[in-house]
Write a new protein. Structure first.
Length: 135
């Protein structure tokens, strides 16, 4: 369930150095190729709390570093709910032949949060829509 869009804020690009957000592969590679246009994180992370449309940040993995601009911010009640609302933009369709709410929820819990369970909670997951600026 989509809750709200975050209003446009002061651009991080006005700062001297954009912040760097760490990514795992193959996820940053999928953003680099344009196959994934949305990064999903828990809404209580420092990144999620400060993300605003127009912000520019560096996405970095062991394989690459690319500059990304935030084009939208949405909140959902779970990772599975985000997939229902966003589908292919999350980039998980390449992982599963038939993605589902429960498969996507478990993927995020297992791969990114060491198996910790996250029951649905209003606005607990943020979807940050991005576009590649350079890289």
């Amino acid at each position: 369930e989509q809750l709200r869009m975050k209003p446009q804020g002061e651009s991080v690009s006005r700062r001297r150095r954009p912040r760097t957000l760490m990514f795992q592969e193959p996820w940053l590679g999928a953003i680099d190729r344009g196959d994934k246009t949305t990064e999903i994180r828990l809404a209580d992370s420092a990144f999620a709390r400060s993300a605003s449309v127009g912000d520019v940040f560096n996405g970095k993995s062991q394989e690459r570093c690319i500059s990304l601009e935030i084009t939208g911010v949405e909140f959902f009640d779970s990772f599975g709910d985000a997939w229902v609302g966003l589908g292919p933009a999350m980039g998980v369709d390449s992982v599963f032949s038939k993605p589902s709410h429960s498969k996507v929820q478990k993927l995020y819990e297992d791969c990114f949060y060491r198996g910790r369970s996250f029951p649905p909670e209003k606005g607990s997951v943020v979807a940050v829509h991005v576009r590649k600026v350079r890289g």
